[in-house]
Design a protein around this ligand. Structure first.
Ligand code: TRP
Length: 333
């Protein structure tokens, strides 16, 4: 790479209060049942393991969503405003958004992810393939609050896109990782983010649909054990954050379909009784005791459409696959 090759601009949003983050993590570990926030899944290794999950035969969401975006690309491009800023929530490898560059022709690309180092690498590589498209990387945990820092607004103004419509892209059914009340709160903030741009903005969002447990459970508990490794990697991230001494091999990956709550639940289950310690404390886990690490809600399209309306969006349209497994919604401002 030559030294004068264009580089994406990069902003690391204010690091959260480490002390508060540790206190929250510790409180979750001491609850019964114990709970760790899913953001601890996504260090650089976690992001790579998740990319591997998306290639598993059992994990249908990514490829189903990709096929919907490809098959209905022309319709989607007609719905999305021309010359918009594409804002990618949880960009990861940036591969999904990159496939939209052709159909929707954005004027700028803003990639947001909590996994900063991974985002830096993937966005840097993407910039080399799209030299003329201004790109901004934003290291940000939007799980509690989604708002662009002032520096990001300033960057958009510099890119000549301050007044451009905003297309917020939230693929992968990551919205399903929030309980419905939190999902609504996030969608309201996504609406505000779109509304701060020009007219014609909106939200393009992928949502996994309710289906049989026979399809859902293997998608979250694959035969190769990649999902298990992804889930256990959370313990290594907790060890790093808290100085705990979790032994990943002493925990089983458990994926359960909870029909009453319309969600798949991910847990880590103690293989035997063990004590986990940290500077100044410890907790005993009984054999079989679980740590709840993630939920993945599955939505009926009508219910999700109602949620988008409640969040302030106009009448939504959506596209689906031949099996009705996944939907991509366009929700205009
Ligand atoms: N957003 C993904 C989903 O809900 C995240 C995910 C996939 C996940 N597999 C997982 C999270 C396994 C925890 C464990 O489908």
């Amino acid at each position: 790479m030559s030294s004068d090759a264009p580089q994406p601009h990069f902003l690391q949003s204010h690091r959260e209060d480490l002390h508060a983050a540790r206190a929250e993590l510790l409180a979750g570990l001491q609850q019964s049942p114990a709970r760790v926030e899913p953001k601890f899944l996504y260090d650089a290794l976690g992001s790579r393991l998740f990319d591997a999950i998306t290639e598993l035969a059992e994990y249908y969401p990514t490829r189903t969503e990709t096929s919907i975006l490809a098959q209905h690309g022309a319709d989607i491009a007609r719905a999305v405003a021309p010359d918009s800023v594409l804002i990618d929530l949880g960009a990861g490898s940036c591969a999904k958004a990159a496939r939209l560059f052709g159909p929707i022709q954005p004027v700028a690309y803003v990639a947001i992810d909590i996994s900063v180092d991974y985002l830096r690498d993937s966005l840097g590589a993407l910039q080399q393939r799209h030299l003329g498209l201004p790109m901004l990387g934003l290291g940000l945990d939007f799980s509690t609050q989604l708002a662009l820092p002032d520096a990001a607004q300033a960057w958009m103004a510099m890119a000549g896109a301050a007044q451009a419509p905003r297309t917020v892209f939230y693929p992968g059914s990551s919205i399903g990782n929030f309980v419905p009340a939190e999902a609504l709160a996030l969608l309201r903030q996504a609406h505000a983010l779109c509304a701060a741009g020009g007219t014609g903005g909106g939200l393009l969002i992928g949502v996994d649909r309710m289906k049989s447990a026979a399809v859902l459970e293997p998608a979250y508990d694959d035969a190769l054990g990649v999902t298990a490794a992804f889930n256990r990697n959370l313990l290594l991230n907790v060890n790093r954050a808290l100085n705990t001494n979790f032994a990943p091999a002493a925990w089983d990956h458990v994926a359960l379909f909870n029909a009453a709550e319309s969600r798949i639940e991910m847990h880590l289950q103690a293989c035997f009784e063990q004590t986990v310690g940290w500077p100044g404390g410890e907790r005993l886990f009984a054999a079989g005791e679980r740590i709840h690490t993630e939920n993945s809600y599955k939505w009926m399209p009508e219910a999700f459409e109602a949620l988008l309306g409640e969040a302030g969006f106009g009448p939504a349209q959506h596209w689906t696959d031949a099996q009705d497994w996944f939907s991509v919604f366009w929700a205009p401002l």
